[in-house]
Design a protein around this ligand. Structure first.
Ligand SMILES: [Zn+2]
Ligand SMILES: [Zn+2]
Length: 135
């Protein structure tokens, strides 16, 4: 018995779709593996210092640190790459320690926003006249 050519075409289409879907699943799986690794790293960092980071700009709220975004209720909203709470903590600590070696003033943290540039976190000190972009 001959099969309906239309039906064959449909079957072929389904087959192609299955192959495509399989590729998508594999890609998704690889992506999730990478994500797991990031989660693990974030967790390990979190173990070192379990208390939340305080936003250096408003010094009131907790910073929400995600892989691609650091944000705070005060309006701080900075795009990052592969950021973790631990990384940001040591970045802040290192910068503050480094500054304290040459100046006794407590530096200020501000967020800069240009028209076209992305927002960035700036540490500046009017006493020793220095500034540094942290994020
Ligand atoms: Zn804040
Ligand atoms: Zn200073």
């Amino acid at each position: 018995m001959l099969e309906d050519p239309d039906e064959l075409a449909v079957l072929e289409e389904i087959q192609q779709e299955l192959v495509l879907q399989e590729q998508l699943v594999i890609e998704e799986y690889e992506r999730s593996l990478q994500f797991d690794e990031e989660c693990l790293n974030a967790m390990l960092d979190g173990l070192d210092a379990s208390d939340k980071l305080i936003c250096p700009v408003c010094r009131r709220n907790h910073l929400d640190v995600r892989n691609h975004l650091v944000s705070c209720q005060c309006g701080l909203h900075i795009g990052t790459q592969g950021m973790t709470e631990g990384k940001l903590r040591s970045l802040l600590e290192n910068t503050l320690t480094e500054h304290s070696h040459r100046c006794f003033h407590n530096p200020e943290f501000t967020v800069t926003t240009g028209m076209e540039e992305e927002a960035s976190l700036l540490m500046s000190c009017p006493v020793c006249d220095s500034w540094m972009i942290l994020l």
